[in-house]
Design a protein around this ligand. Structure first.
Ligand code: CP3
Length: 361
């Protein structure tokens, strides 16, 4: 297995892929790679509540490193949750077995105005500490990723209070109180900028914004509400580290999503990456997008689907990943097979001459 190809470190592979350069092999990691499909994660969670793991750097570091040690993934994402900043902004947060619950959700303008722009060096210092310790553990050759929820997706949880029920409450808020909704997204964006900058200062080599629910919006509403808040965050981070923007079920939003300013667009399996590449051109890198359910299939299917996906962009501007988080009951050896298969595929380096010829066309 060419773990580090042509003497490039994992971090160099990852950053090259973010910049759209060709790589001898693709960097591979999985969204939600630290989680319940791993027995060693379940062992820690049997003893400690979810939020305690997030807020205790020793535990968060341990859990973040589990998929790196076991699967040899090419990036380590810090263990946390997109709802951590919601709590730091002043909302009560519970994360139990039934998923997230915010018992005092945002429903009025006054609720929006009560939200605090928190100091990430104080309120979420545990996260920065976890990143610093992970960076120390893995050394300079492995990229450590920070992340945050995108404002619309975070707003869904803040307004709905729990995992969505068709987004009726969120959309009702949006249509009845559009100014308050815009204000909420702007507040979340402001808080998120500081939150991500603190993660970068702690050593994050790239950051990912998770916009899991933006696909629920019409393109018009996405452009009016969700996109400006995402653009605001990215414009304030741009130039520091690469920004990866994950959107789900976003086929109808692609022309708008492509204008977010992100370096890397991460999409789910509903989108064909080669077609997306043709549509958006060479400037944006892509991340994804194996259907996580394929990891329940037979080994031969996992191998062929991974090979087909990895080859579809020819080794340029592609971070290999799933199209959404790994599912809870995924067999660990199937996750392993995905990672190994992806790492074994080698690409001939596009000579610089060919690049300039391309550029002249
Ligand atoms: O990728 C990683 O390994 C880092 C950790 C991470 C978690 N959540 C840990 C987690 C990341 C990047 C997230 C992001 C997140 N959290 C998203 C965006 C990505 C996505 O999956 O759509 C969303 C929407 C959330 C909100 C959230 N957190 C939900 C809906 C749930 C409950 C559902 C579930 O999967 O259990 C969580 C809890 C959560 N966050 C778990 C983990 C490992 C499971 C908690 C447990 O251990 O019991």
């Amino acid at each position: 297995m060419s773990l580090v190809a042509d003497n490039l470190t994992r971090k160099e592979l990852f950053l090259r892929a973010c910049r759209g350069e060709s790589v001898p092999r693709l960097p591979v990691w999985m969204m939600r790679q630290a989680g319940r499909y791993l027995p060693e994660y379940r062992a820690i969670r049997a003893e400690r509540p979810f939020l305690e793991v997030c807020k205790t750097p020793d535990l968060a570091v341990e859990v973040s490193l589990q998929p790196f040690r076991r699967l040899g993934v090419d990036a380590v994402i810090v263990f946390s949750d997109i709802l951590i900043p919601a709590e730091a902004m002043g909302l009560k947060l519970e994360l139990g077995d039934a998923g997230p619950n915010l018992p005092e959700p945002v429903r009025t303008v006054a609720d929006v105005d009560r939200l605090r722009i928190f100091d990430p060096e104080v309120e979420t210092a545990f996260l920065n500490e976890a990143i610093r310790r992970i960076v120390k553990e893995v050394g300079p050759d492995v990229p450590v990723l920070g992340f945050a929820g995108a404002p619309f997706t975070l707003a869904c949880y803040m307004i709905e209070g729990k995992t969505k029920e068709g987004f009726a409450t969120v959309k009702s808020f949006m249509y009845h109180q559009p100014a308050a909704f815009e204000r909420l997204l702007a507040q979340i964006a402001r808080a998120t900028i500081g939150y991500l900058k603190a993660q970068i200062a702690a050593g994050a080599a790239a950051v990912q914004l998770f916009d899991t629910w933006c696909g629920e919006l019409t393109r018009e509403d996405y452009e009016r509400y969700a996109l400006p808040a995402v653009k605001e965050i990215i414009s304030r981070i741009a130039g520091e580290v690469p920004v990866i923007y994950y959107t789900k079920a976003s086929n109808h939003l692609i022309p708008a999503v492509a204008r977010s300013g992100a370096d890397v667009l991460s999409v789910d399996w509903r989108v064909n990456l080669a077609e997306l590449r043709k549509y958006i051109g060479p400037k944006l890198s892509l991340q994804g997008n194996l259907d996580p359910a394929i990891l329940f299939g037979p080994a031969e299917k996992i191998r062929s689907a991974t090979q087909e996906l990895a080859n579809s962009l020819g080794g340029r501007g592609h971070i290999l990943n799933l199209g959404h988080g790994i599912l809870q009951h995924t067999p660990v050896e199937h996750a392993q097979l995905f990672i190994e298969t992806g790492q074994q595929i080698e690409f001939a380096q596009t000579p610089p001459v060919a690049i300039s010829a391309e550029a002249r066309l």
